[in-house]
Design a protein around this ligand. Sequence first.
Ligand code: ZN
Ligand code: ZN
Length: 378
Amino acid sequence: MANDYYSILGIPKSASAEEIKRAYRKLAHQHHPDKDKGNEAKFKEINEAYQVLSDPAKRSQYDQFGSAFTNGARGQGAGAGFNPQDFDFSNFTRGFGFEGEDPFDIFSNIFGGGGGRRSRRERGVDLEYGLILSFEEAVFGVEKEIQIEKTDKCEHCNGSGTEPGSKISTCPKCHGQGQIRVMRRTIFGQMQTATNCDECEGSGKVAERSCAVCKGSGQKRRVKTLKVKIPAGIDDGQRIRVSGEGEAGYKGSNFGDLYLSIQVSPSRQFRRDGPTLFSDISISVYQAALGTEVEVPTVDGRVKLKIPAGTQSEKVFRLKGKGAHILNSSGRGDHLVTVHVATPTKLTKKEKELFKQLAAEKGESVEVDEGFWGKFSK
Ligand SMILES: [Zn+2]
Ligand SMILES: [Zn+2]
């Protein structure tokens, strides 16, 4: 193997993450180019070894394939020919041993966009949670208790990643500067850029001992119970952002947000379009003709609705303010009731007689269907 990262760091292949870190710190301190007896080449070699072995994914790749896997960016020279991988952003930052998990990282560094934040330093991941509400819960709002499994803050170290009481010392790699200068191969050629020190993540300080519970990440996976207030008038398909209730950031970085995707169960009685509710009622021909008062179900319970005489079928009555709450307002929509006039079926003999009389009164001709047997019984 061209570069045996394990022997560079003087550790066995079975070394733990802590052992790798310890060996790296000792050697980085010893060979730092700013020191009298420093050795830049050696320092780079140590860094490269550490960057690979400290990253579990890269380490297992290295264990399988050796150092060849980073060749894409290890300065093979321009003569090596075009390799499509050269345009893979992730390769630009390799070779000098500095991670570039976020492809935009390098651009922020090249173009001086701020402090060149490393993605590991960024806020926690946003979460999405599907929440099913009943029709009434959506109309009136509700407080719900939900349980989400997520990466939360480690309580032992309060999210810092540092073992409480551990000695904090100046970062050996950047000497407390928080930044290091690195050469990068980019599509624009070799460039020297300042980047956040990856050892201390720009803070300039390192803790002697990482938190024993979270191993330094400041994060802990657990199930959290949350009370969430769902505003009145929320509708199917809408999302609610619960700020800061996503996953914990790395080493005390900001939390992500939690998004609740709302799904509203349909109602058997009502339909809804935003704040407006709809329902149907059926009245008889007599009620339609003579007028009546009926009880109509609403989300507030039954209310009386006056049907004036001569009401036509499909007429719509408006119950003002009986609709759903309007989101983020104290107002409410209306409830529209469509009246259907039901034509009577299965008339009794007497009813038939009365209808015939009504028809005769209007001079209307009616053909009374007496049914199959009726024809023979005449
Ligand atoms: Zn540092
Ligand atoms: Zn911890």
